[in-house]
Design a protein around this ligand. Structure first.
Ligand code: ADP
Ligand code: MG
Length: 351
């Protein structure tokens, strides 16, 4: 493996903020680290960059242990949310900075900076100061400064979170394309699950300092390992319904409702999970529910529904259910089960 974190832990005073992290990243891979604010993403990046010491564990990059190397000897570049550009230097000098420190010949610096600027569409802006640039252009300069150094690894910490929604979508695609064109290895941190899903070759989901699941995005969406991952990935969130499964009668009894499901699972207490867009609606379906209100989002509608005493979100392309009774069904293959006590996924069988 190209990058390897082995039993990496980090504590600040008595608080463990990264718990026994094992993570491998292949060369040329785009790995997204995603999780809510405060779960340890930045701390993890900073340990890889050498800006923060590990409390224990080892880090390897390209066959070499880098755990105790100073940042400048790791050949790792970090791109921050705040861009961290030098306000008094122009775009050229901002991009050139790392090369000047390495004392490269002037001709080589010029060639590298110009090539990088062309790649990022910054060729006409080389004389400008950061304050004369738009947010997106500043972000490109920050990327350029990393790219021009040709590091072994790029670490990006929420690089798009200062941009407006439209520009974020555009830059998301640009960064992904750049990564593919250059074949670079990237660890990209975000708290935005949409960014994670759209950008990552693989996604590592963090929660409270713990790596909960690392997998391809489809795997994470289709087989979340626990209720945290299930509700964090996918929007709107997966519905979670506590109840009891009776395997004799093939019935899941929740709060004021019963669902018949043709599947096999040990009888007991569970949490049933179903995504809002996978619930079926139709006049002849078995579950009677009441729509408290519906929200219009343009291409789809969110319906806030009561099934017995259980609240549910249902997403459809049709509108106008507020105050009405509707009929629902849960397709067996769309239903997830989680253990009631641990929240861990439980596999079921069919037929
Ligand atoms: P994220 O980037 O996922 O939002 P961080 O890695 O920044 O999370 O922080 C993880 C936890 O570690 C938080 O509870 C934060 O308050 C704590 N933390 C981060 N840096 C320090 C520090 N230098 N000293 C003490 N606590 C810290
Ligand atoms: Mg952070």
């Amino acid at each position: 493996m190209y990058l390897c974190l082995e039993n990496v832990k980090k504590s600040f005073k008595n608080k463990e903020v990264v718990k026994n992290l094992n993570l491998e990243v292949a060369k040329g891979e785009f790995l997204v680290l995603v999780g809510p604010s405060g779960c340890g993403k930045t701390t993890t990046l900073r340990m890889i960059a050498g800006l923060e010491e590990v409390s224990s564990g080892k880090i390897y990059l390209d066959g070499r242990e880098i755990t105790d190397l100073p940042p400048q000897d790791r050949d790792v570049a970090m791109v921050f949310q705040s861009y961290a550009l030098y306000p008094h230097k122009n775009v050229f000098e901002n991009i050139a900075f790392g090369l000047r420190i390495r004392k490269l010949p002037e001709r080589e610096i010029r060639a590298k900076v110009e090539k990088t600027a062309a790649m990022l569409g910054l060729s006409d802006l080389l004389d400008r100061k950061p304050r004369e640039l738009s947010g997106g252009q500043r972000q490109r300069v920050a990327l350029g400064r990393a790219i021009v150094r040709e590091p072994k690894l790029f670490l990006m910490d929420e690089p798009l979170s200062n941009l407006d929604a439209k520009l974020r979508v555009q830059m998301r695609a640009e960064i992904k394309k750049l990564q593919q064109d250059l074949g670079i290895t990237v660890i990209y941190v975000t708290h935005d699950q949409v960014e994670a899903m759209t950008m990552g070759d693989r996604i590592a989901v963090f929660y409270e300092g713990e790596l909960r699941q690392v997998d391809r995005s489809e795997e994470i969406y289709q087989k979340p390992v626990d209720t945290f991952v299930a509700t964090f990935i996918g929007s709107p969130s997966m519905n979670l319904l506590p109840g009891v499964w009776d395997n004799e009668r093939k019935i899941f009894r929740g709060e004021g409702f019963e669902v018949q499901l043709n599947l096999n699972l040990l009888s007991g207490e569970y949490i049933l999970g179903i995504r809002p867009n996978q619930i079926k609606l139709g006049p002849d379906l078995p579950l009677k529910a009441f729509v408290a209100f519906s929200e219009y989002l343009g291409s789809e509608h969110y319906h806030h529904v009561l099934l017995g005493q259980q609240r549910l979100t249902v997403v459809t392309t049709e509108s106008g259910y507020t105050g009405q009774e509707i009929k629902l069904a849960f397709p067996e293959k769309a239903v997830h089960f989680f253990a009631r006590d641990t929240g861990r996924r439980v596999e079921v069988s069919y037929g």
